[in-house]
Design a protein around this ligand. Structure first.
Ligand code: BTN
Length: 258
Protein backbone atom coordinates (compact mmCIF):
# COMPACT_ATOMS: atom_id res chain seq x y z
CA UNK A 1 0.00 0.00 0.00
CA UNK A 2 1.29 3.49 -0.86
CA UNK A 3 1.75 5.45 2.37
CA UNK A 4 0.12 8.85 2.78
CA UNK A 5 2.86 11.47 2.81
CA UNK A 6 2.00 14.91 4.15
CA UNK A 7 4.67 17.15 2.66
CA UNK A 8 5.17 20.71 3.93
CA UNK A 9 7.69 23.36 2.96
CA UNK A 10 7.78 24.93 6.43
CA UNK A 11 6.33 23.75 9.72
CA UNK A 12 6.86 24.51 13.38
CA UNK A 13 7.65 20.85 14.10
CA UNK A 14 6.67 17.76 12.11
CA UNK A 15 5.88 16.05 15.46
CA UNK A 16 3.27 18.70 16.25
CA UNK A 17 1.61 18.35 12.82
CA UNK A 18 1.68 14.54 13.02
CA UNK A 19 0.18 14.57 16.50
CA UNK A 20 -2.77 16.72 15.28
CA UNK A 21 -3.29 14.34 12.34
CA UNK A 22 -3.21 11.32 14.66
CA UNK A 23 -5.77 12.91 17.01
CA UNK A 24 -7.99 13.33 13.93
CA UNK A 25 -7.70 9.66 13.04
CA UNK A 26 -4.68 9.44 10.68
CA UNK A 27 -3.63 5.85 10.02
CA UNK A 28 -0.58 3.81 11.04
CA UNK A 29 2.28 4.66 8.69
CA UNK A 30 1.19 8.13 7.60
CA UNK A 31 4.21 10.40 7.53
CA UNK A 32 4.74 14.15 7.81
CA UNK A 33 7.81 15.51 6.01
CA UNK A 34 9.07 19.10 6.03
CA UNK A 35 11.78 20.92 4.14
CA UNK A 36 12.26 23.27 7.09
CA UNK A 37 11.23 23.37 10.76
CA UNK A 38 10.98 26.60 12.70
CA UNK A 39 10.74 24.94 16.10
CA UNK A 40 12.28 21.48 15.63
CA UNK A 41 12.17 19.76 19.01
CA UNK A 42 14.58 17.34 20.65
CA UNK A 43 14.46 15.33 23.87
CA UNK A 44 14.51 17.04 27.26
CA UNK A 45 13.33 20.39 25.90
CA UNK A 46 16.27 20.79 23.50
CA UNK A 47 15.79 22.19 20.00
CA UNK A 48 16.68 20.46 16.72
CA UNK A 49 18.56 22.58 14.20
CA UNK A 50 16.72 22.18 10.86
CA UNK A 51 18.40 24.12 8.01
CA UNK A 52 16.13 24.04 4.92
CA UNK A 53 16.68 21.20 2.47
CA UNK A 54 19.73 19.88 4.36
CA UNK A 55 18.24 17.13 6.40
CA UNK A 56 15.42 14.68 6.87
CA UNK A 57 12.81 16.13 9.22
CA UNK A 58 9.91 13.73 9.44
CA UNK A 59 7.40 12.18 11.83
CA UNK A 60 5.72 8.84 11.36
CA UNK A 61 2.38 8.03 12.98
CA UNK A 62 2.42 4.56 14.55
CA UNK A 63 -0.51 2.59 15.90
CA UNK A 64 1.16 -0.66 16.94
CA UNK A 65 -1.93 -2.55 18.02
CA UNK A 66 -0.12 -5.57 19.43
CA UNK A 67 2.18 -3.57 21.74
CA UNK A 68 1.43 -2.83 25.39
CA UNK A 69 2.23 0.49 27.03
CA UNK A 70 5.40 -0.94 28.60
CA UNK A 71 6.65 -1.80 25.10
CA UNK A 72 6.56 1.81 23.99
CA UNK A 73 10.06 2.52 25.43
CA UNK A 74 11.44 0.00 22.96
CA UNK A 75 10.13 1.94 19.96
CA UNK A 76 12.87 4.59 20.15
CA UNK A 77 15.53 1.86 20.18
CA UNK A 78 13.84 0.02 17.30
CA UNK A 79 13.75 3.27 15.33
CA UNK A 80 17.46 3.92 16.00
CA UNK A 81 18.31 0.49 14.66
CA UNK A 82 16.17 1.09 11.56
CA UNK A 83 17.93 4.42 10.88
CA UNK A 84 21.35 2.80 11.35
CA UNK A 85 20.51 0.00 8.92
CA UNK A 86 19.30 2.43 6.24
CA UNK A 87 22.40 4.62 6.56
CA UNK A 88 24.76 1.61 6.60
CA UNK A 89 23.16 0.40 3.36
CA UNK A 90 24.64 3.40 1.57
CA UNK A 91 27.94 1.58 2.03
CA UNK A 92 31.11 2.25 3.98
CA UNK A 93 29.38 3.92 6.93
CA UNK A 94 29.46 2.40 10.40
CA UNK A 95 26.69 3.64 12.67
CA UNK A 96 26.66 3.54 16.45
CA UNK A 97 23.63 3.90 18.69
CA UNK A 98 23.67 6.01 21.82
CA UNK A 99 20.88 5.16 24.24
CA UNK A 100 18.13 5.98 23.86
CA UNK A 101 17.76 7.97 20.69
CA UNK A 102 20.92 9.05 18.89
CA UNK A 103 22.73 7.69 15.86
CA UNK A 104 26.44 8.40 15.68
CA UNK A 105 28.88 8.24 12.79
CA UNK A 106 32.63 8.55 13.47
CA UNK A 107 32.00 9.65 17.06
CA UNK A 108 29.56 12.45 16.19
CA UNK A 109 25.78 12.66 16.24
CA UNK A 110 24.04 12.64 12.85
CA UNK A 111 20.50 11.68 13.86
CA UNK A 112 18.12 12.16 16.77
CA UNK A 113 14.79 10.53 17.44
CA UNK A 114 11.90 11.94 19.45
CA UNK A 115 9.12 9.45 20.20
CA UNK A 116 6.01 11.00 21.76
CA UNK A 117 3.17 8.71 22.73
CA UNK A 118 -0.45 8.99 23.69
CA UNK A 119 -1.61 5.92 25.57
CA UNK A 120 -5.34 5.58 26.10
CA UNK A 121 -7.66 2.85 27.37
CA UNK A 122 -9.38 3.09 24.01
CA UNK A 123 -7.11 1.38 21.42
CA UNK A 124 -8.38 3.74 18.68
CA UNK A 125 -6.90 6.71 20.59
CA UNK A 126 -3.43 5.18 21.12
CA UNK A 127 -0.59 6.33 18.93
CA UNK A 128 3.11 7.07 18.89
CA UNK A 129 4.64 9.91 16.91
CA UNK A 130 8.11 8.94 15.84
CA UNK A 131 10.04 12.08 14.95
CA UNK A 132 13.32 11.59 13.13
CA UNK A 133 15.91 14.21 12.27
CA UNK A 134 18.92 13.24 10.16
CA UNK A 135 21.68 15.65 9.18
CA UNK A 136 22.22 14.64 5.57
CA UNK A 137 23.70 17.45 3.46
CA UNK A 138 24.49 19.88 6.29
CA UNK A 139 27.83 21.69 6.03
CA UNK A 140 29.83 22.45 9.17
CA UNK A 141 29.03 26.19 9.13
CA UNK A 142 25.30 25.40 9.00
CA UNK A 143 25.36 23.87 12.49
CA UNK A 144 24.93 26.20 15.47
CA UNK A 145 28.33 27.06 16.98
CA UNK A 146 27.76 24.94 20.07
CA UNK A 147 27.19 21.79 17.97
CA UNK A 148 30.16 22.03 15.61
CA UNK A 149 32.39 19.71 17.64
CA UNK A 150 29.73 17.10 18.37
CA UNK A 151 27.39 16.99 15.35
CA UNK A 152 27.98 15.76 11.84
CA UNK A 153 26.13 15.01 8.60
CA UNK A 154 26.24 12.11 6.18
CA UNK A 155 27.73 14.44 3.56
CA UNK A 156 30.54 15.54 5.91
CA UNK A 157 31.45 11.93 6.74
CA UNK A 158 31.11 10.36 3.27
CA UNK A 159 31.35 13.18 0.72
CA UNK A 160 28.19 11.73 -0.89
CA UNK A 161 25.16 13.80 -1.96
CA UNK A 162 22.40 11.54 -0.74
CA UNK A 163 18.88 12.24 -2.11
CA UNK A 164 16.57 13.26 0.74
CA UNK A 165 13.49 11.86 -1.05
CA UNK A 166 15.00 8.43 -1.54
CA UNK A 167 16.37 8.37 2.00
CA UNK A 168 12.92 9.21 3.42
CA UNK A 169 11.28 6.39 1.42
CA UNK A 170 13.89 3.87 2.58
CA UNK A 171 13.59 5.09 6.16
CA UNK A 172 9.80 4.91 6.18
CA UNK A 173 9.77 1.37 4.89
CA UNK A 174 12.53 0.17 7.28
CA UNK A 175 10.84 1.75 10.30
CA UNK A 176 7.51 0.07 9.52
CA UNK A 177 9.32 -3.23 8.91
CA UNK A 178 11.18 -3.08 12.24
CA UNK A 179 8.03 -2.08 14.17
CA UNK A 180 6.20 -5.05 12.66
CA UNK A 181 9.17 -7.23 13.64
CA UNK A 182 8.88 -5.96 17.23
CA UNK A 183 5.13 -6.65 17.26
CA UNK A 184 5.32 -10.15 15.81
CA UNK A 185 8.76 -11.51 16.81
CA UNK A 186 9.52 -9.59 20.00
CA UNK A 187 12.47 -7.47 21.12
CA UNK A 188 15.27 -10.02 21.70
CA UNK A 189 16.72 -10.19 18.16
CA UNK A 190 16.35 -6.45 17.67
CA UNK A 191 18.18 -5.84 20.95
CA UNK A 192 21.01 -8.13 19.82
CA UNK A 193 21.50 -6.07 16.66
CA UNK A 194 21.21 -2.85 18.68
CA UNK A 195 23.92 -3.99 21.10
CA UNK A 196 26.31 -4.68 18.18
CA UNK A 197 26.23 -0.93 17.56
CA UNK A 198 26.14 0.26 21.19
CA UNK A 199 28.12 3.51 21.46
CA UNK A 200 28.20 3.58 25.28
CA UNK A 201 28.68 -0.02 26.36
CA UNK A 202 31.59 -0.37 28.78
CA UNK A 203 32.26 3.36 28.69
CA UNK A 204 32.25 5.81 31.56
CA UNK A 205 29.26 8.10 31.57
CA UNK A 206 27.41 10.69 33.58
CA UNK A 207 23.68 10.24 33.97
CA UNK A 208 21.79 13.39 34.84
CA UNK A 209 18.53 12.26 36.45
CA UNK A 210 15.23 14.12 36.04
CA UNK A 211 15.79 15.69 39.47
CA UNK A 212 19.19 17.02 38.38
CA UNK A 213 21.36 14.56 40.35
CA UNK A 214 24.44 13.34 38.49
CA UNK A 215 25.40 9.67 38.74
CA UNK A 216 28.76 8.57 37.38
CA UNK A 217 29.13 4.99 36.21
CA UNK A 218 29.80 2.51 33.44
CA UNK A 219 27.19 1.61 30.85
CA UNK A 220 26.16 -2.04 30.76
CA UNK A 221 23.87 -1.43 27.79
CA UNK A 222 20.09 -1.62 27.45
CA UNK A 223 18.13 -4.48 29.01
CA UNK A 224 15.21 -6.53 27.62
CA UNK A 225 12.80 -3.69 28.48
CA UNK A 226 14.83 -1.00 26.74
CA UNK A 227 16.11 0.53 30.02
CA UNK A 228 19.80 1.47 30.21
CA UNK A 229 21.76 -0.34 32.91
CA UNK A 230 24.40 1.80 34.59
CA UNK A 231 26.76 0.50 37.29
CA UNK A 232 27.82 3.37 39.50
CA UNK A 233 31.16 3.89 41.23
CA UNK A 234 29.94 2.00 44.33
CA UNK A 235 28.91 -1.00 42.23
CA UNK A 236 25.18 -0.27 42.48
CA UNK A 237 23.22 -1.00 39.32
CA UNK A 238 20.68 1.59 38.12
CA UNK A 239 17.94 1.03 35.57
CA UNK A 240 17.67 4.24 33.63
CA UNK A 241 14.37 5.04 31.95
CA UNK A 242 14.78 8.77 31.46
CA UNK A 243 17.16 11.65 31.90
CA UNK A 244 20.28 12.64 30.03
CA UNK A 245 23.24 10.31 29.55
CA UNK A 246 26.56 11.76 28.49
CA UNK A 247 29.97 10.25 27.97
CA UNK A 248 32.25 11.25 30.83
CA UNK A 249 34.62 14.04 29.81
CA UNK A 250 38.12 12.86 28.94
CA UNK A 251 40.56 14.21 31.48
CA UNK A 252 43.04 16.81 30.26
CA UNK A 253 46.72 15.82 30.84
CA UNK A 254 47.12 18.28 33.74
CA UNK A 255 44.10 16.67 35.47
CA UNK A 256 46.18 13.54 35.95
CA UNK A 257 48.81 15.37 37.97
CA UNK A 258 48.48 15.22 41.68
C1 BTN B 1 16.96 14.49 19.94
O1 BTN B 1 18.07 14.22 19.48
O2 BTN B 1 16.84 14.97 21.07
C2 BTN B 1 15.74 14.20 19.10
C3 BTN B 1 15.66 15.08 17.87
C4 BTN B 1 14.45 14.80 17.03
C5 BTN B 1 14.35 15.75 15.88
C6 BTN B 1 13.23 15.40 14.94
S1 BTN B 1 13.24 16.37 13.46
C7 BTN B 1 11.67 15.78 13.02
C8 BTN B 1 10.86 15.69 14.29
N1 BTN B 1 10.22 16.97 14.56
C9 BTN B 1 10.69 17.53 15.66
O3 BTN B 1 10.33 18.63 16.12
N2 BTN B 1 11.62 16.74 16.23
C10 BTN B 1 11.81 15.52 15.48
Amino acid sequence: MVPTIHFHKTVTSTNTIASELAKNGAAHGEIVVAEKQLQGRGRLGKSWSSPPGKGVYCSIILRPERLKQEDYAKITLVAGLAVAKVIENYGNIECYLKWPNDVYVKGKKCCGILAESSFSENPADRFVILGIGINVLTELDEFPDELRLTATSLYLETGKYISLDILIKKLHSEILHQIKRLEYSGFAEILKEWRERDFLRGRKLAWVTNTGDVIHGISEGPDESGRLLVRDEKGVRHEVISGDVQLAQKKKPQDHQS
